[in-house]
Write a new protein. Structure first.
Length: 221
């Protein structure tokens, strides 16, 4: 029997904070992000699921909303993220995903928040971009910021679909922000969910936008 999230979240939060304080961070490409944020321009941060762990410790003053699964495990994560100062919108690719993205976009527009999406989650395929970040950027009229997190020494969970990485204590973590960019006009004009309406042209525009984001992420190596 699993313990209720209200009991599990506080020690998980404390453990996460303690773990991350042992890591040594190098950050590249942050200047463009800070310039947009100081102008109160919402952004959508896009990264791979397996590189997620150290991210929230380097957000600084960014105010972020992120989509979290509606599962029971997602409730544990949501409560930890909320303790870290993040907003959450609940949903996944199989349960309420579009509704959650619409909620996140609404918060971005009304409150000037940034969004954060693990673009190959929650179930993969690994390192293949799904449309969630594209939809969120389109709906919030926000630029996308591709980002990567490289861990010098990490425990890799080989049996997980994403080969999730847990940085070992006292190891070095390099966070790389890519150049912020806006979606092409063809995607912006394609309707509320790009490929959802508009036929083959909209589908092609969405596929091209996903491929571009994937190439930008790979280009940050």
């Amino acid at each position: 029997m699993k313990l209720p999230p209200s009991l599990v979240a506080p020690p998980l939060y404390a453990l996460y904070k303690a773990w991350c304080t042992t890591l040594r961070y190098d950050v590249a490409g942050r200047d463009a992000v800070d310039a947009l944020w100081h102008a109160r321009t919402p952004m959508v941060f896009a990264l791979w699921h397996d590189e997620l762990f150290p991210l929230m410790h380097v957000r600084r003053d960014l105010e972020i909303v992120t989509v979290v699964s509606q599962s029971r495990d997602g409730e544990y994560l949501a409560q930890v993220l909320q303790r870290l100062g993040l907003r959450t919108a609940r949903g996944s690719s199989s349960r309420g995903g579009v509704k959650a993205l619409i909620s996140a976009a609404r918060q971005m527009r009304k409150e000037g928040l940034c969004g954060c999406v693990t673009v190959d989650g929650p179930r993969g395929p690994r390192h293949k971009v799904k449309p969630g970040a594209i939809f969120l950027a389109q709906r919030a009229q926000a630029p996308i910021v591709p980002m990567r997190i490289f861990m010098e020494r990490a425990k890799v969970f080989e049996r997980a679909w994403d080969r999730f990485q847990l940085p070992l204590p006292f190891s070095r973590v390099r966070v790389v922000f890519g150049e912020p960019y806006r979606l092409p006009d063809a995607v912006e004009a394609a309707g509320p969910l790009a490929g959802e309406e508009g036929g083959q042209n909209a589908d092609a525009a969405l596929a091209a936008a996903c491929a571009e984001l994937e190439a930008r992420l790979e280009g940050l190596r």
